[in-house]
Design a protein around this ligand. Structure first.
Ligand SMILES: [Zn+2]
Length: 81
């Protein structure tokens, strides 16, 4: 039959969920135990517990960091020399 109305296609909007992807990289400020300087550091919160060594951006000495986090947030951070 000519002119039969085509049923409108159902378009499901799935973009909303995708755009709410969790931000796992969090920027925090740490205090250098050597010189006392505060500088920003980016933490990957996808790991719940991690320890890493980061060189101070001011005095260049290594800082031992123990970090506990949940996806998207840093729960606690310990910086020691
Ligand atoms: Zn320092």
């Amino acid at each position: 039959m000519e002119g039969a109305a085509l049923s409108a296609p159902n378009i499901w909007d799935t973009t909303a969920r995708v755009s709410q992807k969790m931000q796992l990289i969090v920027e925090i400020e740490i205090t250098c135990p050597h010189c006392g300087e505060v500088f920003p550091l980016q933490i990957d919160t996808s790991e719940s517990e991690q320890s890493l060594i980061e060189d101070c951006s001011v005095c260049c000495r290594p800082i031992n960091l123990t970090i506990r986090c949940q996806p998207g947030t840093v729960d606690s951070l310990i910086a020691h020399s």
